[in-house]
Write a protein that binds this ligand. Sequence first.
Ligand code: SF4
Length: 689
Amino acid sequence: AAMRKSRIKRTKTVCTYCGVGCSFEVWTKDRDILRIQPLEEAPVNGISTCVKGKWGWDFVNSEERLTKPLIRKGDEFVEATWDEALDLIAEKLGGIKEKYGPDALGFIASSKCSNEENYVFQKLARGIVGTNNVDNCSRYCQSPATAALLRTVGHGGDAGTIHDIQAAELIIVIGANAAESHPVLATRIKRAHKLHGQKLIVVDLRENELAQRADLIVHPKPSTDLIWINAVTKYILDMGWEDKDFLDERVNNYEEFVKSLEKFTLEYAEEKTGVTKEQMITVATSIHEAKSTCILWAMGITQHSGATDASTAISNLLLITGNYGRTGTGAYPLRGHNNVQGACDFGTMPAWFPGYEPIQSPKVRERYEKAWGTAIPSEPGYDNHQMVEGMHKGEIKAMYLFGEEMALVDANSNYVQAAFEKLEFYVVQDIFFSKTAQFADVVLPAAPSLEKDGTFTNTERRIQRFYKVLEPLGDSKPDWEIIQEVANRLGANWNYKHPSEIMDEAASLAPIFAGVSYDRLEGFQSLVWPVAADGKDTPLLYTDKFAFPDGKARLVAVDWTPPVEVDAEYDLHLNNGRILEHFHEGNMTYRNEGLTHKVPDTWLEVSLELAKERNLQDGTLVGLTSPYGHVEVRVIVTDRVKGNEVYLPMNTRDDSKAVNYLTSSYHDYITHTPAYKEMGVKMEVIEAE
Ligand code: SF4
């Protein structure tokens, strides 16, 4: 028994799923994952996990893992050696750069991969290829929130930590299904609500699990949030409830902002949004009476045509009421993927270097050019949306993508897939042969988090280390190693032996990571950026100044952008989101027996009213059609959704049901985040249950 026990290895890791950032020990024997053990010292979750973190790891041993590079030969893919695959990539990418210039290449990074991997990827794009055409999947989700925070308070991340969310007297959750998308964070809210009298207001189209516990549920008409938020802000000002000292000392642009609110009366807002005056007054009064308020939001705000402005309205409301810089206050855009915060932080964005320093600043560029020994283009590159358009126009000829199921997760999947078909050369690097990989010329086998070292940054800006538990399966390799090999074949001379060296380089260049090092992150230790050179981190931002040169926040006047117009024949409003048991497009969790047994596939939620009108029952097979595509799916009748609003979770087992065959290419006018939530569909019954 002693011998058997000694073969059991316990290794610390960080969850590979959502942005909450739970950490725990993985118990393994050889390649068998025996147990996930959360420990008290885990800074985010302590002894909690959700079902995905606890059970969702079988995919690493799946027989469907990619274990060898693949090269397309006609319609087939054939196995190749690393040398063959990498030589071909170097020849093709190099040739396309030579022929059309560096901006004919596009780079899509991965929010499922580490900070270090994202860092070297943007370094490859900018420094070696010479293009800023590099983006990551925050373009599909929280880019509008990042942009809103950058322009109002200065840092593109949550204002505080989950500790602050717990400590708040009032929590307002807008357009976020935290109980399923951020489960452990939601349990903290539930506990604070139940045991400590925290007040909870939930604003959503759908009565999600958190809403069912809320003190007030608000259900605005789709795409109207900015209006009621501005009306609540105006009402607070009209009542004289603003935090005058805070505004005097710490905030710019007050007068112009107040003027911009003139039209947002309660009457106007009630008419446009369907939120009653009484509800808006309750929200305003609750904020006024609470000593501390946090506002949490997600895709219900950000996946709209006016998403950056709606996110800005939230930050304005917090500024007006002095809800920044104290425990229990602040803005919390909830991050979806485990490392979507880190992918942005480490520079896989077309306009920003690591640490949110602008590409256009000659001073910053010079710093990187000196360190990297290469020239860097001075203008922002294409974002994800622009790259898709660029492929259709023939401007983007080659793409290199890793760890992103862009064919199904980007909006308007048929259009995105048609764009891929126009590429001269496409490299896809992943752990599975994804839908996206089907369009590639070369597919590279990568290693998941359990098979490498690295760091992830969660929604709180907390950087945590994960350690290699298993050897990479077959010939697969960690993404950072593959990216380094591609870079070296394209003329770089990199020699990173371990991700810690990459982090040291990033820390030496990006001021917000100055004091970050693997030593300071050993075991369950963590650092919340900005981290000063002496290692002091910043769990709570803005305690004495905002991140602008004069230290003051900026109120930004914003107006409402109406949602995309939909023809009357598309008479149902299609909403979409996540489910607890599965993650994102489902490539990992649907390869898990337990989770798939529990939830075998996606479904369409329809309201009691609609079920009655169209004669639908649980299990009825319906077809949904939008101007962009068609999906067939079975129905669940529920009172979670109302009237003509239907809800289709994005997590599918069967590709053909992916909600993005229905969504459009319309987008937030500032960040180009797709307006996934502004969609009309029509429904026909295919087969009654
Ligand atoms: Fe993983 Fe998120 Fe679940 Fe925590 S809450 S275990 S980070 S999926």
